[in-house]
Write a protein that binds this ligand. Structure first.
Ligand SMILES: *[C@@H]1O[C@H](CO)[C@@H](O)[C@H](O)[C@H]1NC(C)=O
Ligand SMILES: *[C@@H]1O[C@H](CO)[C@@H](O)[C@H](O)[C@H]1NC(C)=O
Ligand SMILES: *[C@@H]1O[C@H](CO)[C@@H](O)[C@H](O)[C@H]1NC(C)=O
Length: 377
């Protein structure tokens, strides 16, 4: 038995106790299969007039936005005035003729659209916790572009002062951090706010914040242990994390280096390349790849002492198109993307990822699947 296999077996024996994760504030995460988007639900409203709302998770949104046509009662909603400190603290605020604070939300899914809403306050409730005022933006629009049907708005998870998790951690005076465990198809994951404890091995690395979004430093990228030879300038901006991008998006030069190396290693394992299936560019014979015999992709990040690696196995690196074809689950973003690397949700599924603003630190766990558990356990 090889070292790696032995390790897996030992880890599996620990599995039953591995993911008894503890956190005080937990909300479930669902995946909409058709759009590959993730959303969470809680209640808005008061006094028996609460409405359950499903909101898309977006790490880039500063202020939660909800379609108020979906709310059953507006009786407990409070309008925010333009002169209030709350209005002034919201980036991109505006003011209407009746002195009501406005917020313009760029649609994270629509390239050229935005939604304007009035800034309001109400009670938010989830898992036996309830708080007021919960500040969000209330718009009345028909069908927001690209949102899955059950979703009635966007949950703001940016680093900003009025993001959802900030409002919760301030209200309950808990550590300013949150954790995502995105589920794979057909299961439910978890969104934890505040401290969390769990027993799967994890790796902390420093986080960088820019325009309210979350980035981490990338030293290098490896395929089966071999580093890609990249112009180092390509990695300067690091990688952004996204909960709305389904597959990790890479600058053309990074994509090509990754695809070339992955294809070479795969061929050496007897996995031949087949015709591509859009939007993917590099596809392979699924039958030859059966089992878990797929090159491993790793992102090298600065650790506390030396470089650490975020390791991705087959379930996060290739997507099954049909019984015969699998494709490399990364997207070529062209030569001039806004960010050279945006880590998307297919790669984040079944990892526990913690965004700790008290230390500006990002922590990712091992793949839970290696430990015979998942975000749904
Ligand atoms: C993984 O867990 C499942 C369900 O708990 C169990 O049936 C299976 O034997 C476990 N596999 C390993 C390799 O431990
Ligand atoms: C985006 O919207 C602006 C303003 O509405 C418009 O002028 C522009 O042509 C649009 N661009 C695209 C690519 O649709
Ligand atoms: C969110 O707020 C930050 C400042 O905190 C700003 O730089 C950024 O542009 C805002 N993002 C959006 C989408 O409005």
């Amino acid at each position: 038995m090889g070292g790696y296999t032995r390790l897996l077996v030992v880890l599996s024996m620990l599995a039953a106790v591995a993911l008894t994760s503890k956190a005080q504030y937990v909300i479930s995460i669902n995946k909409d299969e058709a759009t590959k988007q993730f959303y969470t639900s809680f209640y808005i409203g008061d006094d028996g007039m609460e409405t359950r709302v499903n909101l898309l998770l977006d790490l880039g949104t500063n202020l939660t936005w909800a379609n108020c046509r979906r709310l059953e009662s507006l009786s407990s909603l409070h309008l925010v005035r333009c002169q209030s400190p709350t209005c002034k603290a919201i980036p991109g605020n505006g003011c209407d003729s009746r002195n009501i604070c406005l917020y313009q939300q760029p649609n994270p899914l629509g390239k050229n659209s935005s939604v304007t809403g009035r800034v309001v306050q109400d009670t938010a409730s989830f898992t036996a916790s309830s708080f007021r005022p919960f500040t969000f933006s209330c718009a009345a629009v028909k069908t927001p572009q690209g949102l899955p049907p059950p979703v009635a708005g966007i949950l703001g998870l940016s680093t900003g002062e009025y993001s959802f998790w900030r409002q919760v951690t301030k209200k309950f005076n808990i550590i300013p951090q949150f954790t995502l465990c995105l589920p794979s198809s057909g299961t439910t994951g978890n969104f934890y706010i505040g401290g969390i404890s769990y027993s799967v091995p994890r790796t902390p690395t420093s986080m960088r914040v820019s325009s309210g979004e979350y980035f981490f430093v990338v030293n290098s990228i490896y395929v089966d242990g071999t580093p890609l030879s990249l112009n180092p300038g390509l990695l300067n901006g690091g990688a952004k994390l996204s909960t709305v991008v389904p597959y990790t998006v890479l600058h053309t030069d990074i994509y090509n280096a990754l695809a070339q190396s992955f294809t070479l290693k795969a061929k050496a394992m007897g996995i031949s390349q087949v015709r591509s299936v859009a939007p993917f560019k590099n596809c392979f014979d699924a039958r030859a790849a059966a089992g878990n015999n797929i090159p491993v992709i790793e992102i090298g990040v600065p650790g506390k002492i030396r470089e650490e690696r975020w390791t991705f196995h087959g379930t996060n690196t290739v997507v099954n198109i049909n019984k015969k074809v699998i494709c490399l689950a990364f997207i070529d973003a062209g030569k001039k993307p806004k960010e050279n690397i945006v880590v998307g949700t297919y790669q984040l599924q079944n990892y526990i990822v913690t965004f700790d603003m008290s230390r500006t630190e990002l922590t990712f766990s091992d793949s839970l699947l290696l430990h015979n558990t998942s975000c749904s356990s």
